[in-house]
Structures are given as structure tokens and as C-alpha cells.
Design a protein around this ligand. Sequence first.
Ligand code: HEC
Length: 388
Amino acid sequence: MFLGILMSLSYSPAIPAAHQVVAQMRLDPFWAFVQRLHYWGSALLILHAVLHLAAILWVGRTSGDHRARYLASLGMFGLALGYQITGNVLPYDRHGVQTAAIEGSIAARVPGGGPAASRLMMGGEGFSPATMELWYALHRFVLPIALLALLFMAAREYRAKRDVRFDVRLAAVPIFALILFSGFVASPFGSVATADDARGYDALPSWYTYPAHLLLAAGQKAIPNGGWIGAILVPALIGAALVALAWKPVPPAITRYAMGAAAILLLVGGLNSPSQFASLTGTRDPVGVKSVVVEKAKPQDPILAAKGKVAFDAVGCAGCHGANGKGSDGGPRLADLHKKHPDADFYIRYIKNPTSVKASSTMPAFPDLKKEELSALAEFLRYPIPTK
Ligand code: HEC
């Protein structure tokens, strides 16, 4: 927190100046070190919060006398994640902006209050300069106040019980490791974001959003446009269940099994999905997919394209990508894609199995479409789409 205050002296969330400030910082040895400590320290905070929470759940000390401590640990995890999510966009690099935009669009997909919640969270419709202002305010004021309140309560609790000895030597080990690590390993950073990134879908998941990414992909595959079930509903239910444990404890054996099952699911999901992470250090720009075969522009087959337009609505593409592929909360705009991908092959491969083209894809696969339907969809998409 102290390092953040130090950095906030020169930082402003303006676009694109924010990127310049961070780029400048990284050139200066002292400020570069401060920034690394800040970044890796926050990663350590998340790791510590997860381990602390897991240890409490393992021994089953969640209620009664342990309630305050358990809830504080839960709160600490939430805050650490909040710091990470809001801080990620502040350097205004491509990955940060795309990630924020994707997070907003996932929220917008929740039926009912989703769109309103997304507007609240993004400070308007989609990613904009207001998002930078808002997330910076959360990062700099709201989360720190919550953290101070939590630390104050924790201090009172420990003073009242006096049952925990604080061993400085124990804390010195991770802090020393952190300083050493930050001396050698650069924090991730990428090139400056552009307006396109505010609607981009190319960002690979970050290490701390990876579980949510797996759940999102699973939800999306189970129910068209159901990604939010995995990425928002399931985590919310788990969170509610964890809070409930403070009043309604269950035998530790049950929480142990649940944690084991979650770990196994995460491992299996991770191994099964060919997805990669965004680079952990150094440059982390999203990589767009290039067409392998660039066909010479041959005239569009209007009949085939018309069939493609019908299929686009009939099989549910429009549900995520908007009418005529104009883009919606569920998926990116496709109407300009013909400029990048004039070949049918790209579309056919993408629709049949999105992860074979883009490893991090969360779009459901359509393996059962007939060959003609695939060609028709490709013919429709690889040319400019009339907007009416
Ligand atoms: C459940 C929502 C959903 C449905 C249904 C869906 N898509 Fe997608 N689609 C996405 C998302 C999200 C992306 C962004 C990248 C990714 O995760 O694959 C995407 C990406 C794409 C891309 C690549 C865009 C790019 O910029 O590279 C194409 C092409 C595409 N979809 C076509 C289709 C077609 C055609 C259909 C219907 C057969 C369809 N999609 C159905 C959600 C969906």
C-alpha cells in the first residue's frame, strides 16, 4: 500500500498518459524496482490469502470463537483480488484494457440486472476513460479504506485474545524472497492500448482469472451464452457458501473433500483446455489470430451468403454476436472481420472448433454443423455485411 502511495505521486489515470507514466517508471532503476515490488507484493498477497483460507478450512475453524478471524481471512482474499483486478488496468496497456472490457461484458450477460451492473462497474457503456477513473478510485480509496478497517478489526481481535504469537522471523522469509524476486523479475507490461482494445477479445487469461476463465468456458459450452453462470453465478454461490460456514459449520472432512475436488477439477480443467496464460513477466500483448490462407478476393456467391445469413440467426450466432454480427455483450463484432480474414477456411475452422484457432477461446464449438452450413456462414462473414 505504501508503494502504491509512492507511485500515485506521479501517476494519473488519463488516457494514454497513464501508459507513458508507467513506461517511464520502468526505465528508472529505482521506480522500476518500486513498481515490481508493488506488483509482485500484490501477487504474494493473493497467494497468502488463498493459503491462509485453505488452512482455516482444512482445520474447520470457521465459526464460534474463530468466526471473526475466518471472516477476516475471507475478506482479505476478496480485497487482494479486488486490488489485482482494478490495478491490472492502470498501466493502460493492451492486455489490461482488453481484460477489463471482457470482465465488463461478462457481467453484462447476467440476465436481469447484468447490463446495469456492468454499466456501474465500467462507469458507463463498455470500457471508456471513465472506467480508468473509476477503477483507480476503487484502487486508491475504496479498497484501502476497507483494508484499513479489516486490519483494525484484526488488531483488536488479536489484542483481545492474545493467543497468537507473531514471529517476525516467519514474516521475514517471504518478504526477503519478494525483494529478491522483484530485483530480478520484471512485472508484465505491454504496448499502449487503442480504441480497438476496448472491444478486443484477444487477451489471454491472467493467472488470477484462470479459474474463472475455465468456468466461463464450461458455462458457455453447456448453455449458449451461459458463460456468466460459470464466471459469476458459481463463484458467487461458492462465496455465499463460504460466508455461511461462519454460522453453520460443517465437519472439516466435508470442506476437505470439497477443496480436494475443487483442486482436482481445476487441474483437470487446466490440463484439458489448451488455453495459455498471458505472459507472467515482460511483454503481455494479446496476440490476434492471423489468416493462414489468404484467398484472392473472388466475387461473393450471393445465394450462399444469403443462406449464411439465415444460418447465422438460426443456429444462434446472432445471440452472442448481435444481429448481422454488429457485436453485443456475448461476443465481439464480426462485421469488420472480413478485412482481416478474407478466406473461408478461417471461419470454418473457428466455428467448428474455436480453441483450435485461438487457444483461449470461450466460444462454444459447433461440431455438428453440416459442410454447406459452414461454407454458407463463411461466405456471409468473409465479405462486408450490409448493415440494414
Ligand atoms: C455463446 C456465445 C457465442 C456464440 C453462440 C457464438 N460465438 Fe462466436 N465468439 C464468441 C466469443 C466470446 C468470441 C471471442 C473470442 C473467443 O472467445 O473465441 C467469438 C469469436 C468468434 C469469431 C472470431 C472473431 C475474431 O475476431 O477472431 C468468429 C469468426 C465467430 N465467433 C463466429 C461465430 C459464428 C459464425 C457463430 C455461430 C455458428 C458463433 N460465432 C457463435 C461467442 C459466441
